[in-house]
Design a protein around this ligand. Sequence first.
Ligand SMILES: Nc1ncnc2c1ncn2[C@@H]1O[C@H](COP(=O)(O)OP(=O)(O)OP(=O)(O)O)[C@@H](O)[C@H]1O
Length: 248
Amino acid sequence: MSALLAVEKLTRRFGGLIAVNTVNIDLHRGEVHAVIGTNGAGKSTLINMLSGEIAASEGHITLEGEDITTRAQSRRARDGVGRSYQRTTIFPEFSVHENCRLSAQAASPRPWAIWEASTRCAASNAAADEALAAAGLATDAQRIAGTLSHGAKRQLEVAMCLATRPRVLLLDEPLAGMGAEETERMLALLTQLKSSHAILLVEHDMDAVFRIADRITVMVNGAVIATGDPDAIRNNAEVRTAYLGEDH
Ligand SMILES: Nc1ncnc2c1ncn2[C@@H]1O[C@H](COP(=O)(O)OP(=O)(O)OP(=O)(O)O)[C@@H](O)[C@H]1O
């Protein structure tokens, strides 16, 4: 099966530092592909290159066979590469629905419709409704986003990403700061979303990663040291030494 998003020899230098070093990674629809590694391993830099926030120094990114390595972030978002961030990026004073609608509008601007009240833009409203339903937030649509619990705010971020109708979801620590119940809800959401998306998950919660990931890539000092299913990674001697510790 060919990859939805394929990354070949991707490299990023910051001056003399090689933050990401000739990384290969394939994302497939139907799979949660987790990227794990200690602080500073290069996980966020990798996501930032995939979303187009920072340029690659070398290497290639292809989306369904098309080279998108030098495409701007806005174009990649329109092409179906969606991302969420480590930090919360919602507009707290707007409603949950408005946050999703704005996200949908930003991803597919309709400059010819400038005379149309943005709140009436049917396509964006429909995308927001669908995203909220998929993320399990339909009943909170009219709530002010800033009043949501931490877990629900992270769910809203995934919904905002879904409102752009992505094929690929790049999720940067979606479980950060979550309690047990909120974590379960997010994991159920990701399991449901993976049937129709390719998901890249950067996450520090190892229990969650080993439960939900279909494939795990381990990074150390910018380089990939192993890729495999959770069992293969758990039993990989180099991974155990470099990252997981013998007690995992
Ligand atoms: N804009 C930048 N300028 C210079 N160095 C950077 C920049 N961004 C990241 N780095 C460096 O690149 C390396 C990889 O950082 P990165 O944030 O990608 O790691 P990470 O695996 O996401 O870490 P964490 O788990 O702490 O988020 C680090 O040494 C970091 O200091």
